[in-house]
Design a protein around this ligand. Structure first.
Ligand code: FES
Ligand code: FES
Length: 154
């Protein structure tokens, strides 16, 4: 880590590529992803850990990037929605019309994709409990749950 004024130069492993960025100690991973790396698919909504719109994968596990410091992510494998190309969950959301304004959708897809890799046989109860942390202001969750179930039951 190289210190540069109030920032440090850090390396983040994002979507398979090593990225070098300047980060302040208090910069969140969400801020660096969006503002320094231009990965705006990760959404900032509550900024407070309440909505999951900012979810990314850290070594395959979903984390709220608004609650994580960028420096804490050094040495870990970060996957954003841009790095989830052509996974079944993306297609399922489209096929089941599980999108309205789309603001919550990247976080929903990232978290749902993680569920299918961590609990490939998840029951309906686990699916619903897993998605409780993702807030959507538009849909009734019915289509979202149907999309996730369609991938689990593939
Ligand atoms: S923006 Fe991170 S949980 Fe809402
Ligand atoms: S589709 Fe609009 S917030 Fe979820």
């Amino acid at each position: 880590m190289i210190e540069f004024h109030d920032k440090s130069i850090i390396e983040l492993y994002v979507n398979g590529d090593l990225k070098t960025v300047a980060a302040r100690p208090a910069d969140t991973l969400l801020f660096i992803l969006r503002e320094s790396l231009g990965l705006t698919g990760t959404k900032n909504s509550c900024g407070n850990g309440d909505c999951n719109s900012c979810t990314v994968l850290l070594d395959g596990w979903p984390v709220k990037s608004c609650l994580m410091l960028a420096v804490e992510a050094v040495g870990h494998e970060i996957t954003t929605i841009e790095g989830l190309q052509d996974v079944p969950m993306q297609k399922a959301f489209v096929e089941k019309s599980a999108i309205q304004c789309g603001y919550c959708t990247p976080g929903m897809i990232i978290n749902s994709h993680a569920l299918t890799t961590i609990y490939p046989d998840a029951s309906d109860e686990i699916i619903e409990e897993w998605l409780e942390s993702n807030i959507c202001r538009c849909t009734g969750y019915k289509e979202i749950c149907e999309a996730v179930k369609s991938v689990i039951n593939m």
